[in-house]
Design a protein around this ligand. Structure first.
Ligand code: SP5
Ligand code: ZN
Length: 348
């Protein structure tokens, strides 16, 4: 499969995150993308660097002040204290409910809180460069499919589906799947379906498109009553305004088996047919894998083949965008199984 990989991804390499109040090594690492790249190379996929600029879609998906903050966050952090080069900034205060989010505080950590949904998305010196190149990779994959490729894969990190219009979260900074969907809309596609199969609900993508009927969002994920991101992803969220009926959440209890997962996939695929989507973006999280260290579903490599096969049967121009998946050593094999299942079916 035609794959656009992000040549800058390694510049985003934070060291630690918080887990149960302790600092632990980051789960979302450069090695993840390297494993996927190696597996695709070994399997003979066509690898390309981004050849499109995502600037216009980026301005449609994210707010200007959020993008300005992301672009300048690291230099501002260093300006506070040169020693900060060795430290990661984390937010410690957030504008919940009655607090104001319209006024940008001058304090850096307060602004970081304004633009973050959690303390789980550490910034590093190259976060902006890596995330911005990832947007170009997503736009490039979308362009190639609109120009006639059957499918393309955006192999990038950091991931994107938790990032909203004006906030980061869940290891995500720029919403690559939303960039891909918007890019397809800006070209020929009248309606794009985004199917999110990451273990975690794609709260950022949902919220970006919640009031729109030109992008249908469907997600299969761990029930937010017990699973991250907790505050979005329930079954009663179906869209509002023009978007009413264009959002489908299929939460499953943590620990659900493959049979339950594929029953939900069937519902999502049927819905994508009903809304007459003419292009598909797959938020491809592989943290549904049985060996994932932070998630609670139990899909196997064989199940990933089956997923790829089912997606190909939708018959739509398809962009795959890498999201989560933290069993790094198995990530390449698992991605390769989805893409192989897709290509085997698409060829028939
Ligand atoms: C893109 C993506 O997959 N982001 C996920 C972000 C999850 N961050 C919170 C992790 C909470 C982990 N809870 C682990 C429980 C292990 N028993
Ligand atoms: Zn995830």
């Amino acid at each position: 499969m035609l794959t656009f990989h992000n040549p800058m991804h390694h510049l985003h390499a934070p060291v630690h995150e918080f887990f149960r109040g302790e600092k632990v090594a980051c789960f979302e690492t450069p090695a993840r993308a390297e494993f996927v790249l190696a597996a695709l190379q070994a399997a003979g996929h066509e690898l390309r660097e981004p050849d499109q600029d995502a600037a216009s879609a980026l301005a449609q998906i994210h707010s200007e002040r959020y993008l300005d903050f992301l672009r300048t966050a690291w230099p501002q952090w260093i300006a506070l204290d040169p020693q900060n080069e060795q430290r990661q900034p984390f937010p410690s205060v957030w504008p919940v409910r009655s607090l104001r989010s319209d006024v940008e505080p001058e304090n850096f950590v307060a602004r970081l809180g304004l633009y973050s949904m959690d303390n789980g998305s550490p910034l590093a010196s190259g976060t902006w460069a890596a995330a911005r190149a990832g947007a170009d990779a997503a736009a490039s994959a979308a362009h190639s499919v609109m120009a006639g490729a059957r499918a393309a894969f955006c192999l990038s990190r950091p991931p994107g589906h938790h990032a909203g219009h004006d906030f980061m979260g869940g290891y995500c900074f720029i919403n690559n799947a939303a960039i891909a969907a918007q890019t397809m809309r800006n070209l020929e596609a009248d309606r794009v379906a985004v199917l999110d199969v990451d273990y975690h609900h794609g709260n950022g993508t949902q919220s970006i498109f919640y009031e729109r009927d030109d992008v249908f969002f469907a997600s299969i994920h761990g029930d937010p009553l017990t699973e991250y991101p907790f505050y979005l992803g329930h079954a009663d969220e179906t869209g509002v305004g023009d978007g009413a009926g264009y959002n489908l959440n299929l939460p499953l209890p943590a620990g659900s088996d493959a049979a339950a997962w594929f029953a939900a996939l069937e519902r999502a695929c049927k819905a994508i047919g009903y809304v007459h989507a003419d292009a598909l973006v797959v938020s491809l999280g592989l943290d549904t894998f049985e060996g994932d260290p932070i998630s609670q579903f139990s899909l196997t490599a064989g199940d990933f083949d089956r997923l790829g096969t089912r997606l190909a049967a939708l018959g739509l121009p398809t962009v795959f965008v890498l999201e989560g998946g933290y069993a790094a050593a198995e990530l390449g094999d698992n991605a390769q199984h989805v893409l192989r299942g897709f290509e085997n079916c698409a060829a028939k």
